[in-house]
Design a protein around this ligand. Sequence first.
Ligand SMILES: Nc1ncnc2c1ncn2[C@@H]1O[C@H](COP(=O)(O)OP(=O)(O)OP(=O)(O)O)[C@@H](O)[C@H]1O
Ligand SMILES: [Mg+2]
Length: 231
Amino acid sequence: MLRIEHLHQYYDESHILRDVGLHVPHGRCTCLMGRNGVGKTTLLGCIMGLLRPASGRIDFRGTDLTRAAAEQRAGLGIGYVPQGRQIFSRLTVRENLEIGLATGRRKKKGIPEIVFELFPVLAEMQGRRGGDLSGGQQQQLAIGRALVLEPELLILDEPTEGIQPNIVQEIGAIITRLIDEMGMTVLLVEQKLRFVRAVADRFAIMDRGSIVVHGGLEQLDDHLVRRYLTV
Ligand SMILES: Nc1ncnc2c1ncn2[C@@H]1O[C@H](COP(=O)(O)OP(=O)(O)OP(=O)(O)O)[C@@H](O)[C@H]1O
Ligand SMILES: [Mg+2]
């Protein structure tokens, strides 16, 4: 579904992404892992068109995205839940969701029922300001906002960061439902191993800007965890 080949990216002089290759197969959850600062968010920024790679290729269902404008992603069926959630704290829950609608070229009239079905708390709190929500509720709102255009590929950057354990479990259950019931494909950046083992079926580990290992989750053993993931 998503295929990245030989991708290089720089921030000024610093060479961050180094020959990145990654394949995200349809209808599954692939987890991108790696220690802080290795380049995970930078790679997502390139996929979303927020950052410009120096060279390489990003292909989504046969469309070359490498140089496409950021606005195109939503129209093509890619939803993005950024690290740190980036909710508009002065806007209401409903307005935050409507912003998700506005980014698409697919003419969707309203917020689809499924968003409120998945996150009943968003239906209850529609008129509240984003900033009044708890961290976990804001994360649910960020996911809901990415789902309003009913994407085929959902990309989430550390959705469990700083969130209470009960909401973490709920988010895991929702990701599983999106894949199993709605046929969605998920690319997840995540550091919590238990969460990864609960939701993902493939993994890729990034180290100093390159993908160094990838495979099925059963291949993610203690040796790899010690070498690339624990601090
Ligand atoms: N806007 C920027 N300008 C310059 N350097 C940056 C910028 N954003 C990130 N970097 C650097 O690029 C490297 C990769 O950062 P990135 O945010 O992609 O890492 P990450 O793997 O997502 O880390 P984390 O797990 O902490 O979220 C880091 O060394 C970071 O300091
Ligand atoms: Mg990051």
